[in-house]
Write a protein that binds this ligand. Structure first.
Ligand SMILES: [Zn+2]
Ligand SMILES: [Zn+2]
Length: 256
């Protein structure tokens, strides 16, 4: 099903949304400050890229100011391509395989799973995300390849499912629950418990504001294990050109 998240909350210092009164229709327009969408609460349709899309229903997510709007064009009704099918088979497959885990449980396997989960997590956040996707810092080629191969492990073994969900949490939970410090035109939030599970990537509002930054936990109290490792690599001379937001950039993006 296709969803569009928006908020019906009035102006808040931690929200990128503004509430506008329409003097012609005497209705409230909840306007998102991007070109993406405008929601008209009373008539229940959403304009996406200027095209009105009818809405079936909407509901507020618990403990969050995000309201999910369900559009009529459902996700399952769209035409699937082979990539979608491959993805589905992979995701369902690893989950089914993980169901076998309790039948083969032993403590050494459990410890290995925990270790693998942390190692894979570091390789995903440090290599795939911050080093390869955002080029937040440079590594010598041998080390870049080593971390990237570690990331490939994410497709192997029971630990895979745990890490898969931890990664998914960033794109789901961190767009619903948490706090905002930066004026980004989206729903990204900083979520401390996702930051623990994802070794720092849960500071997602920070990341949306400064995507180039090697450090996601920008405050001293925002635990970011991956950043600690990058700092260590920088101190040893292995990581170079480590990018961080400047004070001027922070000032420009600050909400207050
Ligand atoms: Zn990113
Ligand atoms: Zn995001």
């Amino acid at each position: 099903m296709a969803y569009l998240s928006t908020t019906l909350k009035a102006v808040s210092p931690f929200s990128p949304f503004v509430k506008k009164h329409n003097p012609n229709t005497h209705t409230q327009l909840f306007y998102i400050q991007t070109r993406r969408s405008v929601i008209h609460k009373e008539q229940m349709f959403v304009a996406v890229h200027g095209v009105p899309v009818p809405v079936e229903s909407s509901w507020r997510l618990p403990l969050s100011d995000v309201v999910v709007v369900r559009k009529k064009s459902a996700f399952l009704e769209r035409s699937w391509n082979s990539r979608d099918v491959r993805k589905l088979v992979r995701v369902v497959g690893v989950h089914l395989l993980s169901l076998l885990a309790p039948f083969h449980f032993n403590w050494s396997a459990f410890k290995l799973c925990l270790w693998l989960s942390v190692i894979i997590g570091i390789c995903i956040t440090l290599s795939y995300h911050r080093n390869l996707s955002h080029r937040s810092f440079n590594l010598p080629k041998w080390l870049e390849y080593l971390f990237a191969y570690g990331g490939v492990l994410a497709f192997q073994g029971v630990a895979t499912v745990a890490r898969l969900h931890a990664t998914f949490l960033v794109n789901s939970v961190c767009h619903i629950w948490g706090t905002r410090a930066w004026n980004t035109p989206d729903f990204s939030k900083n979520n401390w418990w996702v930051a623990i599970l994802t070794l720092g990537d849960g500071w997602h509002n920070n990341h949306h504001a400064f995507q180039f930054s090697a450090r996601h936990g920008l405050e001293w109290w925002q635990l970011d294990v991956t950043w600690c490792l990058i700092r260590f690599l920088e101190a040893t001379g292995l990581a170079t050109n480590v990018k961080l937001p400047t004070e001027a950039q922070k000032k420009r993006m600050a909400l207050i």
